[in-house]
Design a protein around this ligand. Structure first.
Ligand SMILES: NC(=O)c1ccc[n+]([C@@H]2O[C@H](COP(=O)([O-])OP(=O)(O)OC[C@H]3O[C@@H](n4cnc5c(N)ncnc54)[C@H](O)[C@@H]3O)[C@@H](O)[C@H]2O)c1
Ligand SMILES: O=C(O)CC[C@@H](O)C(=O)O
Length: 527
């Protein structure tokens, strides 16, 4: 049974898949104190939040069972992603479900800003019939500058065009061709700032976008321009905006988000030119239902070991690719684990080669799993698919992935090469049609070994009697041999024996094997 803690208010209709799942115990409480949250998270397998709960390193460190954090929405700036990755916790979000609601909210703010609707409404509610004071501007023929042309930016553009606005957009991923296709003008940040009558930001809040709209960039704008932020507080520097409105450079602003929320008694709210909503972009019945359903399904997929649709701290892989790769997962992990267990020295580099059926597939998830298999020898179960790459890079281990046309006669082949400060070792494996995973090569030796159970790898001289002596000694220790494979480079030269046995080999047995004539090295492992 998986325990899923939901610590922010979520649409109950939306999380139905979770509430109705027989393997899930859902705990919903949006009023937990910090201490209560620490207690609840300590026994939870999953946490689902919106934007209120601050998922800090402290919180993650109090959650030994935690496998996944789900964000019902887009922005993950309330989640410590590094801490989640360090602890192997998958973070998933629901990026699609609230796009339309937020784009529509931005349009509502744009029109309210142009026509002073909130201010006029407020006056009228005070029984004051003011008309002169609230003369607005038309949107038609005005230029809307969009910074951040992702899902929401694009939807806003399409709606603004419906109002016959001219749209100019800047986004590092926006090409001339994509802009043409979307029917907008492509500009640099400076051009967007210089041409906009209304400027709207739709970027995430990251280091590069923090205070992107500041005193200097506001200076580039037209006098009397207006600014909207329905993305994240902090993209527009609040002090600079306040000053620009006070000195008349900026005619008004519409804000749905603030650097610190809830924004109570905020200086910007004292300005008549500023209209605001309390982070309501995604607050529609439809959006809340969408994001709650999307995140519930992804969280359950992570818990049950399925493919994840919207991972934030892992690369996203399509379900078709996942389907193609899934049969190779065990092979990749076992090959990595086998090789690292027989390799001496401090790990420096891992090269993974794919060929045959794997030539044209995105094999990154397989490499990640191979690296997990390799690192398990050193850090045990703490390494998983999420933190494998980061753990390797934190330790200065270089990971390379390459495609190779050489199949060595197999329809598919995965080859892992490990370099340490002492040696370089290689292993190759394949999936045999209908027969499962096989190790087909260890260094220069061709073998045929099922990568599972208890294994003994013996390097020896290819001399008569060597195999018999190993068999007798194992029998003395009541170790039954299930399979035995011998590979050699040339008659009478170096050779390798790989045995699968029915129980783990004790240390004294391994030592005695090492002392047998013609035997050079004995390594025991369990996959
Ligand atoms: N107000 C709300 O309730 C609400 C609801 C949903 C989303 N959001 C926020 O809206 C924002 C946009 O969401 P989205 O779903 O469109 O995200 P998205 O990922 O689809 O789009 C963001 C775009 O910003 C661009 N970008 C990144 N850095 C940039 C930079 N320095 N300059 C220009 N562009 C840059 C990216 O390339 C991307 O195309 C996010 O911050 C999200 O958290 C707010
Ligand atoms: O949870 C919310 O209502 C806000 C969501 C929104 O800011 C987002 O980034 O998806």
């Amino acid at each position: 049974m998986y325990r899923v803690l939901i610590s922010d208010p979520l649409s109950e209709d939306g999380i139905k898949p979770l509430l109705e799942a027989s393997d899930v115990e859902a705990v919903m409480d949006a009023s937990l104190s910090h201490e209560e949250l620490l207690k609840e998270i300590s026994t939870s397998d999953a946490l689902i939040v919106r934007s209120q709960t601050q998922v800090t390193r402290e919180l993650i460190e109090h959650a030994p069972q935690l496998k996944v954090i789900g964000r019902a929405g887009v922005g993950v700036d309330n989640i410590d992603l590094d801490a989640a990755t360090d602890h192997g916790v998958v973070v998933v979000n629901a990026p699609d479900g609230n796009t339309i609601s937020t784009a529509e909210h931005t349009m509502a703010m744009l029109m309210s800003l142009a026509r002073n609707i909130p201010q006029a409404y407020h006056q009228l509610k005070q029984n004051r019939w003011e008309r002169k004071k609230f003369v607005g501007v038309e949107l038609k023929n005005k230029t809307l500058g969009i910074v951040g042309f992702g899902r929401i930016g694009n939807e806003v553009a399409q709606r603004a065009k419906g109002h016959r606005m001219k749209v100019i957009a800047f986004d590092p991923f926006l090409t001339e061709e994509k802009a043409n296709k979307a029917g907008v003008q492509h500009g640099t940040l400076e051009e967007v700032l210089q041409q906009a009558d209304f400027l709207t930001v739709h970027t995430p809040l990251i280091e590069k976008t923090k205070h992107l709209i500041n005193k200097e960039t506001i200076q580039l704008m037209k006098p009397g321009a207006r600014i909207l932020n329905c993305a994240r507080g902090g993209i527009v520097e609040e002090d600079a905006l306040y000053e620009a409105i006070e000195n008349g450079k900026i005619a008004g602003a519409a804000l749905d988000v603030f650097e610190e929320e809830p924004a109570i008694d905020h200086p910007l709210l004292s300005l008549e030119e500023v209209i605001a909503t309390p982070h309501l972009g995604a607050s529609t019945v439809e959006a809340q239902e969408n994001v709650a359903t999307d995140v519930s399904l992804d969280v359950m997929d992570v818990l049950r070991g399925g493919a994840v649709k919207h991972p934030v701290n892992m690369p996203s892989v399509s379900s078709e690719v996942m389907e193609q790769l899934a049969p190779y997962f065990t092979l990749a992990e076992k090959l990595g684990s086998f090789l690292s267990n027989v390799t001496d020295g401090a790990l420096e580099k891992v090269n993974v080669y794919y060929s045959g059926d794997l030539l044209d597939v995105d094999t990154t998830p397989l490499t990640r799993i191979s690296v997990k298999g390799i690192l398990k020898r050193y850090i045990g179960e703490r390494v998983n698919d999420v933190n494998a790459y980061k753990t390797a890079s934190d330790k200065g281990i270089v990971i390379n992935e390459q495609k190779s046309t050489s199949t060595k006669g197999f329809t598919n082949l995965v080859t892992i090469e490990i370099e340490t400060d002492q040696e370089k070792r290689t292993i190759s494996g394949t999936l045999l049609n209908g027969l499962g995973a096989r190790i087909v090569k260890l260094d220069e030796y061709s073998i045929d070994v099922v990568p599972e159970g208890h294994l003994i790898v013996i390097h020896h001289k290819d001399q008569p009697g060597a195999i018999g002596r190993v068999g007798s000694l194992l029998a003395e220790h009541h170790v039954n041999i299930a399979t035995m494979q011998v590979g050699r480079t040339n008659q009478g030269g170096e050779a390798v024996m790989v045995l699968t046995v029915d129980k783990a080999v004790e240390e004294d047995c391994q030592e005695q094997l090492g002392g047998v004539a013609d035997i050079q090295q004995v390594q025991c492992l369990t996959l």
